[in-house]
Design a protein around this ligand. Structure first.
Ligand code: CMP
Length: 139
């Protein structure tokens, strides 16, 4: 059964390029309530763990380097059918394929630096949210 929460990060490119406000605005305009929010930075160990599923991919080193090069914004979002609806809002992994009106269409530059993360399942949303936020930081 779908749960009502998902986890997102505004990736280092989105933060560096001054898009925190614009992306958060699209998220709230999209009907998501922000229940946790922080500016933080992943360590290499954090990124290797977070993206462990991609560890055999040729882009893994590049991905870890990118995700650790500067601050990210981490957030837990709430909405009915949150995981699926948020993946629709962010658009395809490759911004060249992202639909009009999506966050990646507007703010992402490449498949590697694609501005925003969205959990791919309810299970991962819970794991990723708990990685960044204690219970008292989830409102
Ligand atoms: P995301 O889907 O959020 O999580 C996995 C990330 O791996 C993806 O975003 C991209 O940032 C990155 N990625 C996926 N495919 C490629 C690729 N072909 N080259 C570089 N990075 C990629």
């Amino acid at each position: 059964m779908a749960t009502n929460r998902t986890f997102t990060m505004i990736k280092p490119d989105g933060v560096e390029n001054g898009h925190i406000g614009g992306i958060l605005n699209m998220i709230t305009e999209g009907g998501f309530k922000i229940v946790s929010l922080k500016l933080t930075q992943l360590t290499v160990a954090d990124a290797q763990q977070f993206y462990a599923i991609h560890s055999a991919r040729p882009f893994f080193g590049e991905l870890v380097e990118f995700m650790t090069r500067g601050p990210i914004v981490a957030a837990i979002l709430e909405k009915e059918n949150a995981v699926e609806d948020f993946r629709t809002l962010i658009g395809a992994t490759n911004p060249a394929d992202a639909a009009e009106g999506t966050i990646r269409k507007k703010y992402a530059k490449s498949i590697g630096e694609n501005a925003v993360h969205g959990s791919d399942s309810d299970e991962n949303a819970a794991i990723e949210g708990a990685f960044h936020f204690s219970g008292r930081e989830q409102f």
